[in-house]
Design a protein around this ligand. Structure first.
Ligand code: THU
Length: 132
C-alpha cells in the first residue's frame, strides 16, 4: 500500500468520526509491515475532556489486534483543515511511545495537500520511559 492509499484509508475512517460538538472530523490509519491497516476516527463526548483523537484510536485499534511499534511502517491522518492536519500534543506524546520515531507520518487535508513528517520532528526532546 502506498502513501495515497493509506491517506484514502484515513479519509474513509474519518467518515466514522463522532464529532457532534466540534464538527471537526478527523481520520487516521496506521499501516503495518504485513500490509494490514488499522483505522481510527475521533470520538467525542458531551463531557469534553473525554473526547478521543483519531490518531490514538488508530494506534489502540492496531494494538488490540496484537500489533506493536515494531509492526508499524506508516501513519496517515486527515481532516477538512486549511493546512494538512497536524497531530495534537497528546497524540504526539502517544505516537512517541507507540510509533517508530523515524517512520513516516503523512498529514493531509481534504484539498489534497500532504506533508510528511516523523515523531522526531513532531516531538523533539520527548519525555519517555527512559526518563523514569
Ligand atoms: N482531533 C483529533 O482527532 N486529532 C488531532 O490531532 C486534533 C484534534 C479531534 C479532537 C476533537 O474531537 C476535534 O478534533 C476538535 O479538536
Amino acid at each position: 500500500m502506498d502513501k495515497t492509499q493509506l491517506i484514502e484509508c484515513a479519509k474513509e475512517a474519518r467518515e466514522l468520526s463522532y464529532s457532534p460538538y466540534s464538527h471537526f472530523a478527523v481520520g487516521a490509519a496506521v499501516l503495518c509491515a504485513d500490509g494490514s491497516v488499522y483505522p481510527g476516527a475521533n470520538v467525542e463526548n458531551s463531557s469534553y475532556p473525554l473526547c478521543m483523537c483519531a490518531e490514538r484510536n488508530a494506534l489502540y485499534n492496531a494494538m488490540m489486534d496484537g500489533k506493536t511499534r515494531d509492526d508499524f511502517v506508516a501513519f496517515a491522518l486527515i481532516a477538512d483543515s486549511t493546512e494538512p492536519c497536524s497531530p495534537c500534543g497528546a497524540c504526539r506524546q502517544v505516537l512517541s511511545e507507540l510509533y517508530p520515531e523515524s517512520a513516516p507520518i503523512y498529514m493531509a487535508n481534504l484539498k489534497g495537500d500532504v506533508k510528511e513528517t516523523t515523531v522526531l520532528e513532531l516531538l523533539p526532546f520527548a519525555f519517555s520511559g527512559d526518563d523514569l
